[in-house]
Every structure is written in structure tokens, then in C-alpha cells.
Ligand binder design. Structure first.
Ligand SMILES: [Zn+2]
Length: 122
């Protein structure tokens, strides 16, 4: 379990190094993220949304996740219980974004590992 946590911590660090408007929540573990919203129409500074990847376990495996943005709270969250029964996730763009970043970072780590192996053989 510790190995998995440290590998995922590494992945969160990789994502941090990309300097994107998304980061692991301070003091939290890697499953909770802060994601900047797109620029607001009124020109004010973007909001930061809290995404929890581990919320709402799906029956066939995986997690729906939750977000505190308006779209998730008022439109998706009231329908999540029914979506858990159907197994079709209801995710806002912030949840989808964080999930995509985690996959990208895992692939980045795999790519580095493969390139390292190639260099070792030479
Ligand atoms: Zn959201």
C-alpha cells in the first residue's frame, strides 16, 4: 500500500511540475484536487473548484468523483444516485480534467521508465 501511495505521490508531483491550473489540495492526499475554472464571463478571477476523485463508488468498479462547482452541485449531484445504479458516471469537466491529468502523468512515468531501460541497454 505504501508503494502505491508513493508512486501516486510521484504522479501528483509530475502534474505539479507541468504548472497547470490544477493541483493536489494542500495537506490532502493525491485523490483531492483544486482545479481552476475557466475564465469567468464577468472578467473576475477564476474560481478554484475542489474535486474529490474517491467520492461515489460505482458498482462495477471505479468512482464517479465529486466537485463543488455549480454544474456538479445543482445538476449532476442530484442524479448521481441513479447513475450509480446504471453504472454510467456523471462527471463535470473538472472531474474529467483531473482524471485525464492522472492518466497523462502515469503515461509520462511509463515513458520515462521505458526510455531509461533503452539507455541502460546501450
Ligand atoms: Zn466541476
Amino acid at each position: 500500500m505504501r508503494m502505491i501511495s508513493s508512486a501516486l505521490r510521484y504522479i501528483a508531483d509530475v502534474i505539479d511540475s507541468w504548472n497547470l491550473p490544477a493541483r493536489v489540495a494542500p495537506g490532502g492526499d493525491w485523490t483531492v484536487w483544486l482545479v481552476q475554472s475557466s475564465r469567468r464571463k464577468d472578467g473576475k478571477d477564476p474560481l478554484e473548484h475542489r474535486v474529490d476523485l474517491l467520492d461515489y463508488r460505482l458498482p462495477k468498479g471505479g468512482f464517479n468523483g465529486s466537485c463543488n462547482c455549480e454544474h456538479f452541485v445543482f445538476t449532476l449531484d442530484p442524479r448521481v444516485e441513479e447513475s450509480i445504479e446504471t453504472g454510467v458516471p456523471l462527471r463535470c469537466k473538472h472531474i474529467r480534467r483531473v482524471r485525464g491529468l492522472v492518466v497523462d502523468a502515469v503515461l509520462e512515468k511509463e515513458w520515462e521508465t521505458r526510455n531509461w531501460r533503452t539507455k541502460e541497454k546501450r
